[in-house]
Design a binder for this molecule. Structure first.
Ligand SMILES: Cc1cc2nc3c(=O)[nH]c(=O)nc-3n(C[C@H](O)[C@H](O)[C@H](O)COP(=O)(O)OP(=O)(O)OC[C@H]3O[C@@H](n4cnc5c(N)ncnc54)[C@H](O)[C@@H]3O)c2cc1C
Length: 420
């Protein structure tokens, strides 16, 4: 069989699935993407904050996060919540999160996240200059905005770590912050400027990827849900759809976001995961518009200009696969904005359409990327939590490297889908 006859079946049409499909097609493989949704609904990958963040080298599971999370749980408008429920998976995920939050593990994870994010940034830069892509990449950096001494003190430590890792970071006082973005007033005591961070429009990026996948001859099956597999020994022969149809292939890539564990189980692959629900609202014509994206430190809210629009988003609710909108939590996001940007108010954003997405969260904050479950022709790429856009291009490249047998450039043990 020649290389071009190898058929790769990608399960899941979010940012990770389409990034993988694009990279595979560029290497001359035949690709089919199977997505149970329609072209109009794209799970977690369209309404996110659009930030590409080499500054996020600390994984979600880090020292201090558990106690912060417990404190937040008692505030219905806080940026984090877990709905306690009788679920062994949830208890086991929490225990794994706790175990992963050790300084030693975080120290090992940080250079991997840094290298992956910087590679992605370089790939976004290249893609932005490629014909057929136009997703509004802005390489203007990111401001981490602080209103309290406690937060600024913590950020000063992050700046020191960033510098030791070779990530650009500048600690600023209030004047320094304002000088970085004179386009909008800010009421803060200081912050950090991460020069290498960027922002873009994730829906446009996903749209470009879909169009390019089709242009390169890839097939996309919308409204097709994978329910099982035909397997022979360690080899998967086909993905079986809900309607009974079989899609045969030589390689299978699992990119099902928060639903990946259900599909993984059918292949004997154990992927501990919790969905971390978040919301965003996008103002089409805001009263004031920053030119740089920012994170409101104490509120854990992301603020991103997208063309002339302004998106604000946040919260992390661990409530299973429930996609309903929690209005109290949403109100927590909207209320915070005026405290940092006096020209903006909660009322500017109320009444706008609310987008929600389920972040696929592994317990240690590291994606699952690699061959898995002893299956010789299955690759997993999921569990990117808060970094799925940032790490999409590099994850696609890694999938293509794994399938074409290229050398891997990262500490794959930390990303191993079979690590639990
Ligand atoms: C409020 C918010 C803000 C965010 N901001 C950022 C940010 O600024 N930067 C960043 O890097 N990340 C951000 N993220 C995270 C990012 O959006 C996610 O990590 C990313 O979208 C995950 O992509 P995915 O392709 O893995 O999953 P998804 O987008 O969920 O795609 C998975 C797809 O698989 C499909 N699927 C599942 N099971 C099956 C099946 N059996 N058969 C067929 N199809 C199936 C689903 O329908 C779905 O479309 C944010 C998330 C939220 C919620």
């Amino acid at each position: 069989m020649t290389k071009s006859e190898r058929h790769v079946v990608v399960i899941g049409g979010g940012l990770i699935g389409f990034s993988a499909a694009y990279q595979l097609l560029k290497r001359g493989l035949r690709v089919t993407v199977i997505e149970r949704g329609t072209e109009a609904d794209a799970s977690c990958s369209t309404g996110n904050a659009g930030m590409v963040v080499p500054s996020h080298f600390v994984p979600l599971a880090a020292p201090g996060m558990i106690w912060k999370g417990i404190r937040w749980m008692f505030d219905p408008e806080s940026p984090f919540a877990i709905r306690p429920r009788p679920s062994w998976e949830l208890v086991s995920w929490g225990w794994k999160f706790y175990r992963a939050s050790s300084p030693a593990r975080v120290k090992r994870a940080m250079p991997v996240l840094r290298d992956m994010a910087l590679r992605s940034r370089a790939m976004f830069t290249e893609l932005a200059e490629t014909e057929g892509f136009g997703f509004g990449l802005e390489k203007k950096g990111l401001l981490m905005l602080c209103k309290t001494r406690e937060a600024l003190g913590h950020e000063a430590e992050i700046v020191a770590t960033a510098k030791s890792l070779g990530v650009e970071a500048e600690l600023l006082d209030a004047e320094g912050v304002r000088a970085k973005d004179p386009a909008i007033q800010m009421d803060v005591i200081g912050g950090v400027y991460f020069a290498q961070d960027c922002h873009l429009d994730p829906a446009r990026f996903l749209g470009d990827l879909r169009a390019q996948v089709q242009r390169l001859g890839g097939a996309i099956r919308w409204g097709a849900e994978v329910e099982g597999f035909r397997q022979s020994g360690a080899k998967v022969e086909s993905a079986i759809l809900k309607n009974g149809e079989e899609i045969f292939g030589e390689e299978f890539v699992l990119c099902g976001g928060s639903w990946s564990p259900t599909v993984g189980k059918k292949l004997g692959i154990n992927l501990p995961m919790q969905a971390g629900k978040g919301y965003s609202v996008t103002h089409p014509n805001p009263p004031a518009l920053p030119s740089i994206c920012s994170l409101l430190n104490e509120a854990r809210v992301a603020v991103t200009p997208m063309g002339g629009k302004l998106r604000i988003g946040g919260t992390m609710e661990i409530v299973g696969l429930d996609e309903s909108v929690n209005r109290r939590r949403l109100s927590g996001i909207l209320k915070s904005i005026g405290g940092y940007f006096p020209e903006l108010a909660e009322t500017d954003f109320s009444g706008l359409e609310v987008w929600k997405g389920l972040r696929p969260c592994s317990p240690d904050g590291m994606p699952y990327i690699g061959r898995a479950g002893g299956r010789e022709n299955v690759v997993v790429a999921t569990g990117h939590s808060m970094l799925g856009l940032s790490l999409a291009p590099v994850s696609g490249e890694m999938v293509a490297d794994l399938i074409t047998g290229a050398a891997m450039k990262y500490d794959m043990a930390l990303l191993d889908p079979d690590r639990y």
